[in-house]
Design a protein around this ligand. Structure first.
Ligand code: GDP
Ligand code: IMO
Ligand code: MG
Length: 462
């Protein structure tokens, strides 16, 4: 059964925008931690009231889970507005498209009864394609980087998802080795392009494979083209000038929801470099990644998990390697949607959040997975960083400094569950409300929604 407009939405769909206090016009949904904050759930709920949902960055490294009734959808490339019939769903120019994965998602969703056609899904002709050699390069690069050398026995890798994201964005920056969606429209020109690019890729992969001791099979450009042709046939009806489309919708006063993938601490420019992804996943990327300028978007909805998680490499100051961390992981099912890897868990980091809320310009906050913290005797919130005994007043630019941080905590009393039936923030236990107020006061941004379960109707608004 496909989901319907009325399936179990907590808030009256006609008033959710008002209940969240959003200003008229477009809005961006952006993660303010290291990803998996629950962006998919909020995008899905708000899609009921927006005309279009546009992904602006990342690729199949994202895993956005939407639960409708007893149905669970794990979306990697498809915008999370796709579950509402008739919405315009856009994959913007800033997204890197794995054609095989996108076709798999389109087919899978059609099999589940959803209508995905050329009037509901638009893929930017300017978006770049992730090809199989990008995934091979991604994995070889990680292996090569983490190998022992004369100075170090081992180093921590980026811990990528292996979805070819970094190599694809690198080719975008290199230009001569890039393939874009628009190239699928002319197979003859694409054949010539692949005959230039593939030998360069083969040389790169051979060198990396030689360095790491991995086996290497050269790619045949014609075989790659044959593999692409049936995928292109499925995708071509969806290819469009999406910036033009979004400008047209803006002129007609339609509302667009920009869906961030990954999160602000993973932003290539503003995140915890080098342990980041390769795109601008802060709200700033919404503009370069779709062609819609910043002044058009008056709402930035920051999505925050009630605690902190991280998957992949890189320091995490509030990480808990104890039974509380394990409990949060089990109760919150903190295992990656894309890779199944266990996520590292810890207390909420308000110092990092203050930084990301300002970089992404959050105008409102949704605090997710509040139910997971129920029944803990006390709740800690990191309100300061110390390095070598000195209080630091800025979020460090360098991960070596971040790994030395000693968190300073504020402790609040816990609250009792269950809370998953609370429909407003005022219905939450007093201590849960105090926890949310502390977050909101510290960040200077109002908390307008508290999520208390994965389903649409497990949501406390206003
Ligand atoms: P995203 O990448 O930001 O969209 O988040 P993910 O989908 O990767 O991870 C969030 C997980 O938490 C998903 O499994 C959601 O179904 C689930 N989830 C979302 N909100 C809540 C909530 O309030 N409570 C609980 N228990 N789970 C939630
Ligand atoms: P969503 O949209 C959590 C992390 C990876 C790795 C680093 C780089 O579901 O919140 P990449 O494959 O992008 O080169 O990996 O970034 N990462 C994510 N972590 N949620 C995500 O997306 C992520 N996308 C990338 O684990 O540490
Ligand atoms: Mg995710």
């Amino acid at each position: 059964m496909p989901p319907t407009e009325s399936t179990g939405i907590a808030a009256d769909p006609a008033t959710l925008i008002d209940r969240l206090g959003l200003k008229p016009g477009h809005a961006t949904i952006v993660g303010l931690q290291w990803g998996d904050e629950g962006k998919g759930k909020v995008v899905d709920m708000l899609a009921a009231e927006f005309d279009a949902v546009a992904r602006y960055n990342g690729g199949a490294n994202a895993g956005h889970t939407v639960v409708v009734g007893d149905q669970k959808y794990a979306l990697h490339l498809m915008p999370s507005g796709v579950l509402y019939p008739g919405r315009v769903n856009v994959l913007g120019n800033g997204v890197v498209i794995d054609p095989e994965q996108l076709v798999k998602e389109i087919t899978g969703l059609r099999e589940r009864g959803l209508t995905i056609d050329s009037s509901t899904l638009f893929v930017s002709n300017r978006a770049h394609l992730v090809l199989p050699y990008h995934k091979t390069q991604d994995k070889l690069q990680e292996t090569a980087y983490t190998m022992p050398n004369a100075l170090d026995q081992s180093v921590e890798g980026i811990g990528t998802t292996g979805r070819g994201i970094g190599p694809c964005y690198a080719d975008k920056a290199l230009r001569s080795t890039a393939v874009r969606v628009v190239d699928l429209l002319d197979m003859d020109t694409l054949r010539h392009k692949l005959h230039r690019i593939v030998p360069i890729k083969n040389a790169t992969l051979k060198a990396l494979a030689g360095f790491t001791g991995e086996p290497f099979e050269p790619i045949d450009p014609d075989a790659l083209l044959d593999w692409l042709k049936p995928l292109a046939e499925v995708l071509i009806p969806h290819v469009a000038d999406t910036a033009g489309l979004l400008h047209g919708l803006t002129k007609e006063n339609k509302r667009i929801l920009f869906e961030g993938a990954n999160a602000t601490l993973l932003d290539i420019d503003h995140g915890t470099y080098p342990y980041v992804t390769s795109s601008n996943c802060s709200s700033l990327g919404a503009h370069t990644g779709t062609g819609v300028p910043g002044h058009r978007v008056g709402n930035v909805i920051g999505i925050v998990k009630a605690y902190q998680t991280r998957v992949g490499g890189g320091p995490m100051p509030t990480q808990l390697d104890d039974e509380i961390g394990d409990r949060i992981r089990e109760v919150g099912h903190e295992y990656g949607t894309t890779t199944g890897r266990p996520r590292r868990c810890g207390w909420i980091d308000l110092v990092a959040l203050k930084y990301t809320a300002s970089v992404s310009g959050a105008t409102t906050l949704c605090v997710m997975l509040v139910d997971v913290l129920a029944d803990l005797p006390e709740l800690k919130l990191c309100t300061g960083y110390k390095i070598d005994g000195q209080v630091v007043d800025r979020f460090p630019a360098c991960s070596e400094d971040l790994s030395k941080i000693e968190p300073v905590y504020e402790t609040l009393p816990g609250f009792a569950g269950p809370v998953d039936q609370c429909k407003t923030i005022a219905e939450l236990p007093e201590n849960a409300q105090a926890y949310l107020k502390f977050i909101s006061d510290y960040l200077g941004v109002p908390v307008v929604l508290a999520s208390v379960g994965p389903k649409r109707d497990q949501t406390a608004v206003g």
